[in-house]
Write a protein that binds this ligand. Sequence first.
Ligand SMILES: O=C[C@H](O)COP(=O)(O)O
Length: 258
Amino acid sequence: MTKTLAEARDYAGGLAEAILDRPELAGSVQAFIIPPHTALAVVAEELRGVGERRGVETQVILGAQNAHWEESGAWTGEISVPQAADAGARLVEIGHSERREHFGETVETTRLKVRTVLDHGLRPLLCVGEPREVREAGEAEEFILAQARGALAGLDSAQLARVLLAYEPIWAIGEQGRPATVEELAEPFAALERVYGAQVEAVLYGGSVNQDNAAELLEIPGVDGLFVGRAAWGLDGYLELLETGASHVRGAHGRLRQ
Ligand SMILES: O=C[C@H](O)COP(=O)(O)O
């Protein structure tokens, strides 16, 4: 629940312009933004406007924070995938821990949503992550693989290739979160890489990513990119993170996929 329409429009326009102004960003990192539903259409319009003014396609992918698995129907308060697409979204976030905790998202509903998003030609961004007590019990790997397997069950290789998978340990997200250390992330990413690395479009890390830890997080084997909340709410903060990503790609160990 961040940003008014005016703020979202300014942010999106500034981001699109800045990426086009910085050749080191365009073509090396893929930016995405996932505003609240209310701002989708104006952000899409702003991104399109920048592209038209500059005579090039804008490089920013627009996503929705959630969408229902049904294409239409009596689901008051929800939006459908076709509606999100109509508003300009090309990606839909599914299974964020806050959706799971507060809005009853389950492995089964994430599976249904992944299907619907793919059926409509959008990309699902599936979030998985364990609560603190599961981590402390040494069961994080098993937990996140079960979430991923459940949501991605039955997809063929072409469908999997359009999935973005984000590992976001719940204990590391948001104001109450504690940034994860590189050591704490090594095993979960090794597991995700082993099972999904060659199949999905990218595996991202999210949870208290900031300008100080982004570079070392990108070095973790299996991390293809970052999913950032608070540290990217301000445009300068996001641009700094994109610069970090671009310099990682330029480095000898760069493996961020476009
Ligand atoms: O949606 C974003 C993720 O939950 C991460 O949020 P954060 O970077 O503010 O911890």
